[in-house]
Design a protein. Structure first.
Length: 252
């Protein structure tokens, strides 16, 4: 019985030592507590922004890469940006967005930045309500459209302190997307339109089996819809190139 009692005491002492170690060594490294629950600021920002990205991408993908098209044709009730356009007859179109991928990334950044700042302000306010001291630096946001994904990185240095201080520098979200490849294909088609006045889309589909290209002529305009048949990601844009005037070639 004495031996059993000694063993029990040793076990109890070991548990106490471990508990003290966790409290004083490991606990300060855990994310600060907000509202009685441990909250990771990176996870908080991802949750706050996650729902914002898909509708922005969807809107850009149906409007030729612009949130507010300024030179467009209307198709199925949607304003679709001309990515190659001419107002003259007999001549190929002029490329309207030479850096299409960069333009689309800037459109995403411009639309999501106010929400990102709002999320950060809400995070700071929650920390302060729990008695934390918060220091934040100027913020910036960067959007990258790369093969397979769209990445948003919000640089917002943030230091929170109470008994211990923690510093966070960047918060990011990423969405799987084939938009990069679709934009690259659109850029290639636009180059043909601006050089030859038209494009042959069947070659693209022969080389890229996951790609479907729908090409619709409507009066003097052409609507292109590019779709990845595996992921259903799509991109639509308009062109107006090498227009023949009405009555051309008609013999009287």
């Amino acid at each position: 019985m004495n031996k059993r009692g000694q063993i029990a005491i040793f076990v109890l002492v070991a548990v106490v030592i471990i508990a003290v170690f966790v409290w004083f060594v490991i606990r300060p490294r855990l994310p600060p507590s907000l509202g009685g629950a441990d909250v990771n600021p990176s996870a908080y920002m991802r949750d706050c922004l996650r729902a914002e990205l898909p509708p922005i991408i969807s809107k850009l993908s149906t409007q030729g890469g612009s949130l507010a098209p300024d030179n467009f044709m209307t198709y199925e009730g949607t304003n679709v940006q001309y990515l190659c356009y001419t107002s003259e007859d007999y001549v190929p179109c002029t490329v309207q967005q030479p850096l299409l991928t960069t333009h689309v990334a800037q459109e995403i950044r411009r639309e999501i930045e106010p929400k990102a700042r709002s999320c950060m302000d809400a995070l700071v306010a929650r920390y302060e309500q729990q008695g934390y001291s918060v220091e934040s630096a100027p913020r910036s946001i960067n959007v990258s459209i790369v093969p397979g994904s769209i990445d948003v990185v919000f640089t917002a240095p943030l230091t929170v302190s109470k008994e211990n201080a923690q510093t966070f520098r960047q918060f990011g979200i990423s969405q799987s997307s084939e938009l990069y490849d679709l934009l690259m294909t659109a850029t290639s088609i636009i180059e043909f339109e601006s050089t030859l006045g038209d494009s042959e889309t069947t070659y693209y589909m022969q080389f890229y089996p996951d790609l479907k290209i729908e090409k619709l002529k409507k009066d003097d305009d052409t609507i292109y819809t590019l779709t990845n048949v595996v992921t259903d990601d799509s991109f639509r844009f308009a062109t107006r190139s090498l227009v023949w005037p009405q009555g051309y070639g008609v013999q009287s």
